[in-house]
Structure formats: C-alpha cells, structure tokens
Design a protein around this ligand. Structure first.
Ligand SMILES: Nc1nc2c(ncn2[C@@H]2O[C@H](COP(=O)(O)OP(=O)(O)OP(=O)(O)O)[C@@H](O)[C@H]2O)c(=O)[nH]1
Ligand SMILES: [Mg+2]
Length: 398
C-alpha cells in the first residue's frame, strides 16, 4: 500500500462525507409570497393578503459539515473556501414584472406569429390564420381584423418577417390603448375623494383597494377604507389587514349589516376627518343577479345623498382570466354603478390578456391600473406602450 493510500482514503471519505451533507436538502427558505392563484380563491387566501414588501428570501449559510472519521487521520486539509455570499436579488422592475406577468399572453401570440410567418409569403390564407391567433388571445373580432388588415397593407405576395408582424401588432395595440390609458386623477378639492370598487366575486377588489391604499399613503395622502362587503366576516378582516399595513383607518360594521349604511357612515367620518381618499369596498356580485345589482345601485344612491358629486370614481375590477365575459361585466356594472374606469387584475395568470384591447376598442373606458400579481407592488398605472410592447414580445421602449 502506498503512502498516499490513507491520504487518498481520507480525502475521499471526506469528500463523500461532505457530499452526503450537501445532498441533504437545504432548509427551504420560508416563502414570503403566496403562490399565484389562477383558480377561484379560497376564503383563507383572501383573508390574509401577502406582505406589502416582498424581499427575496436570503438563504441561510450552510453549516460546515463535520469531517468524516477517516478524515481525522488525514494530513492537514486545505483551508475550506468561504461559503459563497448569499445573493440578494434586487427588486424586480415593473417592466420585468409586466413582461413575466404577460408572458402567457405574449407567447401565445408570438409563437403563433413566428410559426405562421417564417418563410412564407403573405396571402389571404395567412392573414386569416393571423386573425384566428389574435381572436384566440381575446383581442376581439374587430381588433383582430384591424390588425390583420394593417399587416396585409402593401405586403401581398411578399415575404414578411415575424419581427415585422410583431412590430405592427405592437403599433396597432398601442394606438387602440392610448386613449384609454389615463391615470386615476385624485381631485384634491374633494375631501374625501370617494372611490367605489365594484366587480364580480373574486376579481380582486379588496386586494386592489389594499394596493391603492399603500400607493396613496406613499404619496402622503390620508386614506380611509370602508368595509362595504358586509356579507362575509373574512372580507371585513381581509380589508382590516390591508388597512393596518397601509396605515389607513378602516370603517367596518357587523357581518350582515347594510352595505349602503356602512358606506354612508364611512363618508361622514372621512368628511369629518378631512381624509383625502375614501376607498369603498363592495361585495362581489355576478352581473346577472339583479337583486345584488340593485343593492349596489343603492350604495351609489346613498353616497350621492351626502355628496352629489360622489363617488368621484367607480372602478370596475376585472379579472383578465375570464376573457370575453368581461364584456358583459362592463355593460352591467356601467349601467348600475356608473363605472368611470377599469382596473384589470390577474394578467399574470392567463393567456387571455388581449381582452384589455378588446374592451378598450369597444367601450373606451379609462384603464387606470393593471395587476400582475398578488403583492402590493404588482399593481401599476396602465401604460399603453408598455402593455403593447410586452404582449407583442418586444423589448422595453427606449
Ligand atoms: N395572480 C394574481 N392574483 C391576484 C391579483 N389581484 C388579486 N389577486 C388574488 O385574487 C384573489 C381574490 O382577490 P380579492 O381581492 O379577495 O377579490 P375580491 O374581488 O375582493 O373578491 P370578493 O370580495 O370575494 O368578491 C386573492 O387571492 C388575491 O390575492 C393579480 O393581479 N394577480
Ligand atoms: Mg373582496
């Protein structure tokens, strides 16, 4: 046996000992952000909103493993390299969150376009296929036809690169969205500026209120929340958690209390306090349930009794995953609650993000915000150019 044997054995067992140690799964960092939900939310998921600030989990440095027994007889080992410094990911920019959120919509479009236009001349058949791709992404019949026409103009029987088609798509989508991409302007002369949130069950009303409350607070505004969803105790609790996090007072009543009475009381209180913004939550309701829609109309009437100009904004929160159903939601809530603007949520959970373009083309209602996740930073003012470039799979505008 050579002199190097023990050394070798020592090294190997040390190596294996270490490998065994490394093979053990490192303790999972505690996930601070709940998994994104695309399915119907559970009451529990609704009750506890995600933390306001999501920092990437920092992995615990792994403890140095004990050397295996045989290694003790080995000569002085090489000094162990220091464990690598934990990598702290910088916060993702909004552009990254937007493109990642819209990736299902954009890949449905861009994969289809690339397959269709690679090494093919443009003819009526290709344009029809393009229209089908756009319709499937929920852009709507009229918009899809418009985009296909724009692609066809002056290019018949010529070869067209997929990149050119994507650029035309982005240009047309931006043109349609530009007039509706309007910020939610808070009139400081209205104290409070009353924002009523309406929409079907689970569309994201309460979460959006929480996110908006945090935004307005960050701008130095005082904010009050009214827990107008008096149906479920969990809904009241959910809003209270958001309110506490944002530093906004929450006016709430007993479960089962009259929603319009609560809105009235909250408005009175906000007026007395000189609050800048009052955000009024409401229970989710299907647009075809007349009794519930009448109740919503009553909330609006009661608010108006106290301030004729209120609510100053009635925001319809739409879940992008519902696709074309959003159209009848807009029609019904516009009629009942005098919707002044839209917020579209859950663009991260769907390939149907094109619905926003169809809504813009059909109704022309302002789109104030879009949501691409559950966390407080996943809601941003709507930008036509960013959205158009993201769905067409193009890079960030210069
Ligand atoms: N992935 C994703 N989830 C979202 C988004 N916005 C809200 N959600 C989630 O959707 C679920 C429902 O949100 P809520 O805010 O409770 O919806 P709601 O409209 O108040 O629901 P009801 O009060 O039952 O009508 C929650 O789990 C939210 O975290 C979003 O932009 N993306
Ligand atoms: Mg709610």
């Amino acid at each position: 046996m050579s002199e190097t044997e023990p050394k070798k054995r020592g090294f190997l067992s040390r190596l294996f000992g270490r490998e065994e140690e490394q093979a053990k799964p490192a303790p999972e960092p505690v996930a601070e952000q709940p998994a994104e939900s695309t399915a119907e939310p559970t009451p529990e998921a609704e009750a506890v909103p995600p933390p306001a600030e999501v920092e990437p989990p920092v992995p615990e440095p792994q403890a140095e493993p004990e050397p295996a027994e045989a290694a003790l007889s080995a000569p002085e080992p090489e000094p162990e390299p220091l464990p690598p410094a934990p990598v702290v990911q910088p916060k993702r920019s909004w552009w990254r969150r937007l493109t990642e959120g819209l990736s299902r919509t954009s890949s449905a479009l861009t994969t289809g376009i690339t397959d269709l236009f690679t090494k093919r001349k443009l003819d009526a058949g290709t344009l029809e296929d393009l229209e089908d791709i756009l319709i499937q992404a929920d852009l709507g019949l009229a918009t899809s036809a418009r985009i296909a026409k724009a692609v066809g103009e002056g290019r018949y029987d010529k070869q067209i690169e997929p990149a050119e088609v994507k650029a035309i798509l982005a240009r047309e989508v931006e043109t349609i969205l530009c007039p509706v991409a309007l910020p939610l302007a808070i009139d400081a002369a209205k104290k409070p500026f009353v924002v009523l949130m309406v929409g079907v069950n689970g569309s994201g009303k309460t979460t959006t209120i929480g996110k908006l409350a945090a935004k307005f607070r960050a701008e130095g505004k005082s904010v009050m929340l009214a827990a107008g969803d008096t149906f479920r105790a969990a809904a009241i609790e959910q809003l209270r958690v958001w309110g506490e996090r944002a530093g906004a007072e929450v006016v709430y009543g007993q479960q089962g209390a009259d929603a319009s009475g609560l809105a009235f009381e909250a408005l009175q209180k906000a007026k007395a306090n000189g609050t800048d913004v009052l955000l009024v939550d409401t229970a989710g309701r299907l647009q075809n349930k007349q009794g519930l829609m009448d109740e919503l109309a009553k909330v609006v009437r009661v608010i108006r009794k106290q301030d004729e100009s209120a609510p100053h904004a009635a925001l319809l929160v739409l879940d992008a995953t519902v696709g074309q159903n959003a159209i009848s939601q807009v029609e019904a809530f516009r009629e009942t609650a005098g919707v002044t603007g839209l917020v579209m949520t859950k663009l991260d959970g769907t390939a149907r993000g094109g619905i926003l373009v169809a809504l813009a083309a059909q109704f022309g209602l302002p789109v104030h915000f879009i949501g691409v996740g559950e966390s407080v930073e996943d809601l941003e003012p709507f930008s036509a150019r960013d959205f158009a470039r993201a769905v067409a799979g193009l890079g960030e505008a210069a």
